[in-house]
Design a protein around this ligand. Sequence first.
Ligand code: FAD
Ligand code: 3HM
Length: 376
Amino acid sequence: MTERRRHAEISGGGFAGLTAATALAQMGWSVRLHERSPELRAEGAGIVLWNNSLQVLDKIKAGPDLMSNSMTPPAYETRMNNVIQSQETLDGIRWRTLTRPHLHQTLLVAAREAGVEIISGSEVTGATADGTISFANGETAEADLIIGADGVGSAVRDSLGIPLERQRSRDGITRFLVPRRKAELQALEPDTEWDNVIDFWNLEPRVLRVLYTPANDQELYIALMAPAADAQGSRVPIDLDLWTSVFPQLAPVLADAAKIPGRYYGYQTTRLDHWTEGKVALIGDAAHAMCPALAQGAGCAMQNAWTLAAAATEAASIPEALQEWERLERPLTDLAQDRSQWYADTREMAKGNQFQGETVTTALYNPTDPHRHEVP
Ligand code: FAD
Ligand code: 3HM
């Protein structure tokens, strides 16, 4: 007699949901993924990925596609009032910069190739611990595993009434994808390595920061940070005169950013009392939205998507396996959340030389190593 294939229902087609869906399907599950939007596509601009998520992308066979249109900049440079504080080459740390649309497309191709059934325009309204998922069209479905990967406003999480706390910071950021314009930037500042990530901080006389991140040969991700209380600094579309007067060496790319409507995002952290209930597990921003300082929100989402899929696949009892998964895997995500919140509160990244010790613990993690929790 052949065993029945286990079935998973997933709410949310972002980086977390697509990774979990692909991993489960490759591990033998039948998987349906529900995305509320009529189309599956990535919002937003650029992203930085570290070893923890790159290992997962390799494992789900999305690595080559991802590498084809991403880069590893020569260094992460930090400047204060345009004076270089550090140029960290991040030796021994695997990292890539890329655009969000490229990451999303890469995951979508992997999910389709793995046989995931993707249903767009399908809004999930909630789930129960015994494995029933419900939809806005009034339908319901049963599953062995339900994953809430439906972002910071998760309907799955809220339907279960899981207690949470939200911590907001005083700063926030507006993100853009613009053309590189490397030759023009070089003409303005010939001694600069314009392939570097450059974190341009200004704390005095006014807090304004531009995080400059080349994403590939053609595209540049720039993120403009200002306190929420600074109406002019946090305005969208951006106040081009203000930003150009503070960062004149970036004038050509700021002019491109000023043509895009933009959205100001206030830094915040969401912490949940628990991530699982019965047959339901939460991953990604639904479970652990974080400030972006460590660039680990999507990284932790993909890391937890993979480890959840592996734990559920090996499980004799799904509810027990989910609790054990949270116990083992959550501390690394908690660490990334706490550290990112601390950087957001203190603006300590402005000092440079930050990629060491606990700041890179999550980045260096390999969630696909079966021996990762063994005590040496
Ligand atoms: P989402 O991307 O929010 O996806 C959720 C999906 O679920 C969406 O497609 C949504 O439409 C869908 N959905 C919602 N509700 C429902 C419903 N009821 N039914 C069905 N579908 C639904 N992370 C990094 O790793 N590196 C970085 O460099 C980085 N930079 C960042 C910079 C900034 C400024 C910010 C704000 C975040 C950054 N992050 C970064 C974090 C990262 O963007 C998020 O952690 C990640 O995108 C979360 O993915 P997700 O799939 O959990 O959620
Ligand atoms: C990649 C990245 N790193 C840091 C921040 C931040 O501190 O706002 C945002 C990013 O996209």
